[in-house]
Design a binder for this molecule. Structure first.
Ligand code: ZN
Ligand code: ZN
Length: 342
């Protein structure tokens, strides 16, 4: 027995019907079309053998597995960590990208932990070797060790997808913009793009943005702290428009204190975003809010007036494209796990 069954009468976001056959936890076949809805299970479904179990999904929506571009999945760094599957497949999220919980010192442990999880795990490497073992990880320049960064990237080339630098007052302390300058150099020497966390000044947001290039990501773009990306009238600041013109991408990174409806409404009004929706989830803001889950964060964007297609694209194809893994954003057969494709 290979535990084979058919999910019938599903609907993609554009309204097209689809039937999906699963065997041993993997998608083995995807057939689009109306046939499944028109025939009863006992008659069989076009394109599938009649002798497998069938589940009528009653026209429920289906998408490729969601991708959360900003999570914290290293439980040892309490409270800023969580169990991989608690914030992954148990919440309908097939792929999570740890956003710099670990630097070079402990990235090997994080990479190893992904092997025993059902969720796909990728990571941004914190440019500080100590990662989030403390929350002022860029306040001492001696923690920025380029050699260790390059060594980690060459050891885990498929796991590390970019570099993370948290550039706000409480993280950089007296180091100011210097860590971002180092991050830029490391990006040039490794070929990896940056994900930059923004927050309170200094450094000033205009100076932070001036360092960012095509393919880099600003996370927490809807934060409502002073030093955010919109002026008092809710207009995008010129430095943001310049950065977007250069190909810089925007990521939500909701987190405990980095999402403001006021700012999100301003962004929507001015057509800024939507690129990727992410949660910045860890145990505390999962259990006690305000994050709870990626789905909960996504629902806020429906409330803001984005379409279901835009919202789901921001956690599927939009994220997959940035990752250079377009297959993660498609429903398809042949993934290594069921979670790869559905
Ligand atoms: Zn952050
Ligand atoms: Zn974070």
């Amino acid at each position: 027995m290979d535990n084979r069954f058919l999910l019938r009468n599903l609907k993609q976001l554009d309204g097209r019907q689809v039937n999906i056959e699963i065997a041993s936890g993997r998608i083995v076949r995807v057939v689009e079309g109306e046939d499944g809805a028109a025939q009863s299970a006992s008659d069989g479904v076009a394109g599938f053998s009649a002798d497998i179990g069938t589940i009528d999904c009653g026209g429920a929506y289906v998408s490729s597995g969601w991708i959360d571009m900003h999570v914290h999945a290293f439980p040892a760094f309490d409270p800023y960590g969580d169990e991989i599957d608690e914030i992954g497949v148990k919440q309908g999220v097939a792929t999570i990208v740890d956003a710099g919980s670990c630097g070079a010192d402990r990235i090997g442990e994080l990479a190893a932990s992904g092997g025993s999880a059902k969720t796909n795990l990728l990571a941004f490497l914190n440019i500080s070797r100590i990662g989030l073992s403390r929350i002022d990880e860029l306040s001492q320049l001696e923690w920025l060790d380029g050699e260790r960064v390059r060594e980690a990237i060459s050891r885990y080339p498929d796991f590390i997808v970019g570099l993370k630098a948290r550039i706000s007052r409480s993280v950089v302390g007296d180091s100011g913009i210097a860590p971002l300058r180092v991050a830029r150099e490391l990006s040039a020497s490794t070929g990896l793009s940056l994900m930059v966390h923004i927050g309170s000044a200094p450094p000033a947001i205009e100076e932070v943005l001036s360092y960012l290039r095509e393919g880099d990501i600003v996370t927490h773009y809807l934060n409502g702290k002073p030093n955010n990306l919109f002026d008092a009238e809710g207009r995008p600041i010129p430095a943001l428009l310049d950065a977007l013109g250069r190909g810089v991408r925007l990521d939500v990174g909701h987190g405990t204190a980095s999402f403001s409806f006021r700012v999100a409404e301003a962004a929507k009004r001015h057509g800024i975003g939507l690129h990727t929706i992410s949660s910045d989830i860890y145990r505390g803001n999962r259990l006690n809010g305000p994050v709870y889950s990626l789905a909960n964060v996504m629902s806020k964007f429906l409330y803001l007036g984005y379409s279901l297609q835009e919202v789901v694209a921001a956690v599927t194809s939009g994220a997959a494209q940035w990752l250079g893994r377009p297959e993660l954003g498609r429903i398809q057969a042949g993934g290594s796990r069921a979670s790869d494709g559905i």
